[in-house]
Design a protein around this ligand. Structure first.
Ligand code: BTN
Length: 249
């Protein structure tokens, strides 16, 4: 387990992040990260959140000092901000597989990570219109917990459950921060071939029949970080897509 000062030194040496704010408990790291200047890229880490928030204002549940609850605050001028939500899970996926190489993760649209069909991680991006280049990237990752509340038991998992051993949260934090830092550079320079290939592979939907936002099922011919293309050439911007479901018939 790395000490916070060691994490901070490593973040400074190898990423855009200028510091780490680590707290035993807060309402939400998204709120913690909301205060602060622009161009002050920082990692906010809580061992527990009293009001953890998921997408669509759902509650994000954690097991204190067991999971990873992070907000990475970054200010970056992205050539295409719409690509970020689809691309981010790739960086987190790679960090998880570094920590638990025996696990094979899948991406579930829009930005969940699954293992063995159960949710391992969710990503949430907040951005204020007054500061459009500052993103608060919230990452909730189930790391070492082995029990879930009854309503999550059948649909959630953790790295420990999937790999059969405990993972070092501090090492994982560092791997996530490094992965996100690298991905942002790739998005800025347009060198996205590697993350895009992994995104396509782990989404696992190309060539399959899908339902996009409840429309009649159609074959997904292609997808990148910005668009999907359905059979017949219909191109849909991902920013407009709420759900992509695999048609199992
Ligand atoms: C989702 O799948 O709905 C996204 C979940 C995001 C949860 C993380 S935990 C750290 C950060 N703080 C929050 O309140 N939410 C995000």
């Amino acid at each position: 387990m790395l000490q916070d000062t060691q994490i901070e030194t490593l973040l400074l040496a190898s990423t855009r992040f200028r510091g780490l704010v680590h707290t035993p408990s807060c309402d939400s790291t998204q709120l913690l990260a909301a205060a602060g200047p622009e161009n002050d890229d920082r990692v906010f880490w809580a061992d527990h959140q009293t009001s953890g928030r998921g997408r669509r204002d759902r509650v994000w549940h954690d097991e204190p000092a067991t999971d990873l609850l992070l907000t990475l605050r970054v200010t970056v001028r992205l050539p295409n901000p719409a690509a970020l939500p689809a691309a981010l899970p790739v960086a987190v996926l790679e960090a998880c597989e570094l920590a638990a190489p025996e696990c094979r993760l899948r991406i579930k649209w829009p930005n969940d990570l699954l293992v063995d069909g159960r949710k391992l991680c969710g990503v949430l991006i907040d951005r204020d219109s007054a500061r459009p280049d500052t993103y608060r990237i919230g990452i909730g990752l189930n790391v070492n917990r082995t029990r879930f509340p009854a309503e999550l038991e059948a649909i959630a998992t953790s790295l420990a459950l999937a790999s059969g051993r405990l993972c070092d949260r501090s090492e994982l934090l560092l791997a996530v921060a490094r992965g996100v830092d690298r991905l942002l550079r790739e998005l800025c320079t347009g060198s996205i071939a590697t993350p895009l290939a992994l995104f396509r592979e782990r989404l696992g939907l190309i060539g399959r029949m899908v339902t996009v936002d409840g429309a009649p099922a159609a074959r997904l011919d292609d997808i990148d970080f910005e668009h999907l293309t359905l059979a017949g050439g219909r191109r849909v911007p991902l920013a407009a897509v709420q759900s992509i479901r695999l048609e199992r018939r």
